[in-house]
Unconditional design. Structure first.
Length: 466
């Protein structure tokens, strides 16, 4: 049996798709915005793998078969992966299985997550590539799109497989012209973690609307015993606060960009989201008051210590909550979809397989990527990253064994398939997230109205994305 507790992403632990969403993550789900390109440096020494061993919308139709196989490749495929990341742990296992039957030899080159985008650009700018396959987040796909193959034209993103990803995940893998340059491997998404024992004691159910969220947060706040109804991530130490704020903006009917990728920060809907979060702290006194200083680490620690009745956080927290060495809520928590404002909404962060145009072994790269997206290997990825990319594999009625990897997958699947939104296609997206988080801080601290704070952020972001 594979590890039933998928590992906490180091990307999320150290810097909040994507992860991302970011990517997150959204990590906040995405990698750091790259600095000015430096002079080319030799690629790091490869690690030879073992030779053996929704735009939101209705759920897409789920494919039930594995991706169609292309003609068998051969030779070596050099693949850029995240150094020390759970995704890479899973991919090493996938490589071991893959090479039992394939003539392709895989070499995984580990690069620090924050350096991947810049290193790839430097490597491929001359027209060639040291890599045949790379893993990138949505920022990387947007920034490096001109150097990546069209995966539909290449035959990797087939029509059947395309319907097995959330529409927002497909959109997140497109360049600014709508060409698919990345195919999703796993998704980062925020869920609502809640204390089942505290909810039961008050006769409450997980909130499905903003009004129910406020009601539950007020009733569950017990300041005498150091328990807050909820907590808000408002720190600018990472971009994660901006990713979570975008969740609330989407729920309010707003967002950060229009259909033409132009900033839409200063809107009444976004102002309503900021006011709602500020009111949880200042009006209802139902959220921890140090929200402007809280990163995802303070958020999950508050919940682990039993000092928050509910928090919104990425899927990595499932494994932390279940770890008796650090959690006081091992058998006292559940996961639910985020509540709905005017609509449901959550930011999807994705990590993608991408094929460089300069790849010397595209057939081998396609063969491995297709193998990595088969149900057994997507389940392996779930055991490490928490949520797979394929909707059909998230279906616990078809793949009950995936519950061993993440027993709370159903609410994540519901959000991904029914309420997922793609991120804006800006290379400096993390800087934009920091700008909107600063706006939230100003409102919570009483330094500006939501409208004033968002007007400032609008100007800042317009300057970033011009």
């Amino acid at each position: 049996m594979r590890n039933a507790h998928f590992r906490m992403s180091r990307r999320l632990a150290l810097q909040s798709v994507g992860l991302a969403v970011g990517t997150h993550l959204l990590a906040a789900c995405t990698a750091s915005t790259p600095a000015t390109m430096s002079a080319p440096t030799p690629p790091p020494k490869p690690t030879t793998a073992p030779a053996a061993a929704p735009t939101a919308g209705a759920p897409a139709a789920a494919a039930t078969t594995a991706p169609p196989q292309v003609a068998k490749g051969s030779g070596t495929v050099t693949m850029m992966v995240q150094a020390g990341a759970p995704q890479t742990t899973a991919l090493n296992g996938t490589v071991a299985e893959f090479q039992k039957t394939s003539k392709v030899q895989m070499k995984l080159v580990e690069v620090p997550t924050g350096d991947m985008y810049q290193k790839f650009l430097v490597d491929t700018a001359g027209g060639g590539s040291s890599y045949d396959l790379v893993t990138l987040d949505s920022i990387g796909v947007v920034g490096a799109g001109q150097y990546l193959e069209d995966l539909e034209a290449l035959g990797l993103m087939t029509p059947d497989l395309k319907t097995d990803f959330a529409p927002a995940s497909v959109k997140d893998g497109q360049d600014v012209n709508g060409v698919i340059r990345g195919i999703p491997d796993f998704v980062t998404v925020v869920g609502l973690y809640y204390r089942t024992d505290l909810y039961a004691a008050k006769g409450l159910k997980p909130p499905t609307t903003w009004d129910e969220y406020v009601d539950a947060a007020q009733k569950l706040t017990d300041q005498a015993n150091g328990i807050w109804g909820t907590a808000i991530q408002g720190s600018t130490k990472t971009a994660g606060g901006g990713v979570k704020l975008l969740d609330w903006m989407y729920q309010a009917g707003g967002g950060m960009a229009d259909a033409n990728n132009k900033p839409t920060i200063n809107t009444p809907e976004n102002a309503a989201a900021l006011q709602f979060l500020s009111d949880l702290v200042n009006k209802y006194h139902a959220a921890a008051p140090d929200a402007p200083a809280m990163t995802h680490v303070e958020i999950h620690n508050l919940f682990l210590q039993g000092r928050a009745a509910m928090v919104d956080n990425w899927q990595y927290q499932v494994s932390l909550n279940r770890d008796a060495k650090q959690s006081k809520v091992v058998d006292k928590f559940g996961v639910a979809p985020l509540p709905m404002g005017k609509r449901s909404g959550v930011v999807l962060g994705n990590w993608f397989f991408c094929v460089p145009k300069g790849s010397k072994n595209k057939d081998g790269a396609i063969e491995f990527a297709q193998y990595a997206l088969t149900p057994p290997e997507q389940i392996r990825m779930t055991a490490n990253e928490g949520v797979p990319a394929r909707l059909s594999v998230m279906d616990t009625s078809k793949y009950p064994q995936i519950k061993d990897a993440n027993p709370f997958l159903d609410p994540f699947r519901k959000m991904i398939s029914e309420a997922g939104f793609a991120q804006p296609k800006w290379v400096k997206l993390n800087d934009a997230y920091l700008s909107t988080t600063t706006a939230l801080q100003k409102v919570i601290l009483g330094q500006a109205t939501p409208e004033q704070a968002l007007a400032d952020s609008q100007k800042e972001i317009e300057a970033l994305v011009v």
